[in-house]
Each structure stands twice: as C-alpha cells, then as structure tokens.
Design a protein around this ligand. Sequence first.
Ligand code: KG4
Ligand code: ZN
Length: 341
Amino acid sequence: MGIETSCDETAAAVVRGCPPGPGQILSDVVFSQLEEHRPYGGVVPEIAARAHVELIDGIVTRALADAGLKLAEVDAVAATAGPGLIGGVMVGLLTAKALALAAGKPLIAVNHLEGHGFSPRLSDGVKFPYLLLLVSGGHCQLLGVEGPGRFRLYGTTIDDAAGEAFDKTAKLLGLPYPGGPRIEVLARDGNPARYTLPRPMRGRAGADFSFSGLKTAVRQLIQTGDVDQADVAASFQAAVIDILIDRATAAMAMFRRDFPDEPAPAFVVGGGVAANGAIREKLAQLAAAKGFGFNVPPVHLCTDNAAMIAWAGIENAALGRFDSFAAPARARWPLYPQEVP
Ligand code: KG4
Ligand code: ZN
C-alpha cells in the first residue's frame, strides 16, 4: 500500500509486483484538493494539512476496498516521508505508521522524488540505468537513475521549477490555478513566434535550469497592456520547450560519458509538466535523434499519486530497505548527496 500527502493530493493505492516491473495497480485513489486552494491561487500549506487529516482515513479505506483486500493482506505500507509541505507529509507518514503498527506490517518511508523517478518501471518495466527529466511544480532536475538511493545529479534549477513557471505565467494571464494545463490549451491556438522571450541558461556548460528571467520577461510583456493571451501562452511554452531541449541535450552527453556501455538507454520524463503534449512531442523527437529510448508514464502516474509511492516502496523493499517507526517527516530531502541545502 502507498500513501501520498506531500502537496495538495490526498492519495492511497495498492500495487502488486516486483522490480523491474511493470507492476499491477490494484487500486489508485487520488483526491485533489483543488477547490480548497483555488481561491488563493496556489496551495496553502495549513489548509492542505487540515484537508489531509480529514480525508486520509476514507481514502485508505477506499483504496483497500477497490483492491478487494483487507489491511491484513497487504505486505507492507509505504508513505511519502518528504520532500514536501511538512504538515501534509506528517499526516500521511503517521497514518502509514499507525496502519503498519496495527497490522504488523513493515514500513517504507519513501522519497516523493523516487516515486516520480521510478514510475516508468511501474508502468513499463524500464530498465536501470536511465536518464530522468523530472519536471513538476516543485522540481526541475536531470538525473541519472541507477536504483533506489542511486542517483546522479546532472542538472537542477537555480531558481523556479518548470511547473512553477507555468503556474506563475498563468496567474499573470489571470488564469486559475493550476496553470500548466490551461497554458497548454491556450497555446494550441497561439503563435509561438509572436513575442520574443528569453531562454535562460541556453548553451551554458552543465545542465542546470533557470526560469525566473523568463517569468520576469512574461510579466513585463503583460504589463505593456495589449497582449494576446494565446500568443503569450504559445510564446512562453515555446521558450520552456527550447530550454528543456537544450538542457536535456547537455545531460544526455553526461549520461553517455557515465554509462558508455548502454547502447539505447531510456530517456524518461516524469512529474506533472510531463502531462504537456507539446513538451512530450519535442522531447520524444530529441530522444530519437540522440539514440535514446523514450518513456513518459501515463498522465495519471505523472501527476502526484500514491501508486508511484507504493511502487517506490516495492523497489526499496526488494533491496531489503525498510524503515523504523522513528523515520522522520522531512520538508527537504535531496535525492543525491551533492545538493547543497
Ligand atoms: O507532479 P505534480 O503533480 O506536483 C508536484 O509539483 O510535485 O506537478 C504539478 C505541476 C504544476 O505546476 C502544474 O501546473 C504542472 O505540473 N502541469 C503542467 C501540465 N499539467 C500539470 N504544466 C504544463 N502543461 C501541463 N499540461
Ligand atoms: Zn510530485
């Protein structure tokens, strides 16, 4: 069983399987607290934590019922233990500890990013090592993935995450939260060449990202007054795509250097922004051109969900990695030792 409460989704799922996957999703219950947060234009941590408290028991009960299982029949309980909004993380992790303790099951404290990172194994059994582009509201990273706890950081954002840039641009355009899907729809009818926007970090050494300059340029553009919404959305999305392509190209070279014996490794795109069809299409073309396989988990496994947390639990459990009931909830939890907090 997996439990996810690190942001504004309250989720529980039951997954069966073993590495390398694919796994069998027996149930996958996700409740998005969108309505609770919409009036504020973003996720309010305190409201999220309270909503998780109210929802989690019912969601767990439903996940078990949908799977046709009793708690006694699951093998282990996994929960996101970070990184994320600490109040929510505590609700999910404590719930998992209570269930595991009551039923005499082992506990796995899962890193939310491992959840996103391993979801292509849950959906398609993708083999290690692969190159992962993780693009969500809170994260924007390029990682070499070799297994649980074994990540190489090729690039990370020095300011905003890609999804954050989508959300902020949407807010500037007066669109409701979350903005990513709205921008994508608007951009379909827009002219991506209408407005000239910057591509921060393009061509720089390494594979780090930056989006704050792009956001500022969008704000200044909108402040000029008379702008076409669809053209802004299309021009913004085109800039994001160019940035992602440039940085992913750099990371592919680093991955090749680290794993010279992999003839056709997978390039995997995960996180909420991977739901964007235009981004998927361009990244698929890049992968083909560079001799990488291409994999994007299905959309319901790209946005926050508990099936990916259950699967990350399976990956860790298969290596004998379980956690004690003292496992802490962590607001920050880098996947790799290199990150400077
Ligand atoms: O992975 P996720 O559900 O939550 C975390 O941040 O962990 O990602 C949510 C992010 C939001 O910023 C949202 O605007 C973005 O993913 N997103 C999209 C699309 N769908 C969701 N961004 C661009 N295009 C989309 N279609
Ligand atoms: Zn996430």
